[in-house]
Design a protein around this ligand. Structure first.
Ligand code: HAM
Length: 418
């Protein structure tokens, strides 16, 4: 027996109402904020992610699904959605459009992680990217949009954490201080952090091991080393968030797991969950487009994990609209009646009425049992008598009452849904 690969899930029909609800809510929020949809391929040249997400990150080093295709090109299943959108922005000359260009996507994302609740090897993200505008007003708008999306879903009780990690001018000064701070503490660091100290010192701050966390708590803070431009940007952002009534917590250890970020970074997590349970995160990436070969173009965005949103909808007992059930089951008796049942079904579907049509040679009793199991309210039955009269027998499955109707009456009855 084959099974779904470890860390992947099948989304069965009974789960689909959650996904549909999330998608429809996301579409509406994007409409309100003027974001347009983009789809990008599920795989890209691996170099796109190596250059942008960064060689020193877990995502690229340990988690990327990387393979050589039959022409020996090194490809990767997308481990995130921002770099592909920026690649598409460049490839399609979107810098000629009015800026910022606002794009959103639903994408399946592949990361070879250790599977656990809310952590998968294939997960799904809804993401938004606003490319081409450096203003902190946009940072505030993007954060507000992410929160509005959760609000529109009915989710409450979230913690918004914000930090600024500076830019290529001021970050080296902070990194130097971090290295000086951590060098004497090598003994207490985990083996991963010892590598981070050499390759990517910022990552030391978000290690989840208790000893490393204790060290990170008193480590030099990026916000204390910002250049004038980054400092002003961060101050303005906080001012806008406050003016918009958005509660946030400054977290100097929030650095995010992708190297392309500059200035603003943020994460949203359930008030009850730990840092591993973030349902969304994002930030500014003013150098990303230059990293992948374009002129420098600033950008900011966020993405949310759909599986984690489904989990939160369930834990917060939020009711979502149920899937539409068939309005009627079309049953028939005999070969001639079958042709008539097929015609009737087509006509009803043409009127927009969802239905299930009986197939196979079964007794009326068996067909009605099937209708009952489906939970439909009505069965429309065509037998010899109905054929002759050009009518349909309608059975109310709840009361067992039967009534002969004209096809037009049946349409009216089913549309009224009574
Ligand atoms: P990220 O924080 O790596 O950011 O992922 C975004 C969200 O995807 C997370 O907050 C989490 O809800 C969900 N997620 C991440 N990994 C998993 C997993 N293994 N299983 C289930 N859910 C997961 C990014 O990917 C950036 N591209 C976001 C962004 C957009 N930044 C700027 N624009």
């Amino acid at each position: 027996m084959f099974k779904a690969p470890r860390g992947t899930t099948d989304t069965l029909p009974e789960e689909q109402p959650y996904w549909r609800y999330i998608e429809e809510t996301a579409l509406e929020v994007c409409r309100l904020y003027g974001f347009k949809r983009i789809n990008t391929p599920a795989f890209e040249e691996a170099g796109l992610f190596q250059r942008s997400v960064g060689e020193g990150t877990d995502i690229v080093n340990k988690e990327m699904y990387i393979f050589r295709d039959r022409s020996d090109n090194e490809m990767a299943l997308r481990p995130e959605g921002t770099a592909p959108v920026c690649r598409a922005y460049l490839e399609h000359g979107m810098d000629n459009l009015p800026q910022p260009v606002k794009l959103f996507y639903f994408a399946d994302i592949f990361r070879y992680e250790r599977p656990q609740a809310g952590r998968y090897r294939q997960h799904h993200q809804f993401g938004c990217e606003a490319i081409g505008d450096p203003s902190p007003v946009l940072d505030a708008e993007i954060i507000y949009m992410a929160l509005s999306f959760f609000g529109a879903l009915g989710l409450t009780d979230f913690l918004l954490q914000v930090n600024s990690i500076g830019c290529k001018k001021c970050r080296p000064g902070h990194l130097k201080k971090l290295i000086e701070y951590y060098r004497p503490l090598k003994e207490q660091l985990c083996t991963d952090c010892l590598v981070r100290l050499e390759k990517n010192p910022l990552r030391l701050l978000d290690c989840k091991k208790p000893a490393c966390q204790a060290a990170a708590e008193t480590a030099p803070r990026s916000a204390d080393y910002l250049c004038q431009e980054c400092g002003q940007h961060f101050d303005s952002l906080q001012g806008y968030l406050t003016a918009m009534g958005i509660k946030f917590r400054l977290n100097h250890r929030l650095v995010r797991g992708l190297d392309y970020y500059t200035k603003t970074v943020f994460e949203i997590q359930p008030a009850e969950g730990g840092s591993q349970s973030a349902i969304g995160g994002g930030g500014r990436y003013d150098d990303l487009i230059a990293m992948i070969g374009g002129k420098p173009v600033p950008g900011i965005g966020f993405a949310v994990g759909l599986e984690r949103i489904v989990l939160n909808l369930k834990t917060q007992s939020i009711k979502v609209p149920p899937a539409e059930a068939p309005a009627v089951f079309v049953a028939c008796l005999g070969k001639d009646a079958r042709a008539e049942a097929i015609r009737l079904s087509a006509a009803l579907r043409g009127e927009g009425i969802p239905l299930m049509m009986s197939s196979g040679e079964r007794s009326l009793k068996a067909q009605l049992r099937h209708a009952n199991a489906l939970g439909v309210k009505y069965a429309a039955i065509i037998g010899g008598d109905e054929m002759k009269a050009g009518t349909v027998m309608v059975r109310n499955m709840e009361t067992g009452e039967q009534q002969e109707t004209q096809p037009e009456e049946l349409v009216a009855l089913l549309k009224a849904g009574k």
